[in-house]
Write a new protein. Structure first.
Length: 140
């Protein structure tokens, strides 16, 4: 009997959010229509942790590549382990000028989505929904 070792891809992601009164909205990426995984879905900006790299350095490198953005006052939220991946999730509260200071370089585009829009959107993975739910609970 051969035992196949499962490899879990480790990623670091940044979830910018805006909070006004009781309303919270999250900045998500609309993935490319020809992406290898979850094409045309909404997801998080970020990417793989390279060998020997710590999650925070992976986050800063990936966000610079994908958004031409250097986050500050971000914080580590939690580490989520799923069947095929490990996601080191960082969050940052941003203001209404956030989109003026970035350039989306990966995916179709980015946009802020309210929790109601997220609930209605069919093209968000169950793991991303779970993470967003945990962040929403923590911020309220």
């Amino acid at each position: 009997m051969t035992v196949k070792k499962m490899f879990k891809r480790e990623v670091s992601t940044l979830i910018p959010y805006k909070k006004s009164n009781a309303e919270i909205s999250f900045y998500l990426q609309r993935r490319d229509k020809n992406a290898k995984q979850l094409p045309d879905y909404f997801g998080f900006f970020g990417g793989g942790v390279e060998s020997g790299e710590i999650p925070e350095n992976a986050l800063l490198r990936e966000i610079k590549e994908e958004l031409d953005y250097e986050p500050y006052q971000y914080k580590f939220f939690d580490r989520f382990e799923f069947l095929e991946s490990i996601n080191n999730v960082f969050i940052v509260q941003v203001d209404s000028l956030f989109e003026d200071g970035i350039k989306v370089r990966e995916g179709q585009y980015g946009r802020f989505m309210s929790t109601e829009e997220i609930d209605k959107e069919k093209k968000i993975s169950s793991s991303d929904r779970y993470v967003l739910g945990q962040i929403f609970q923590s911020l309220n």
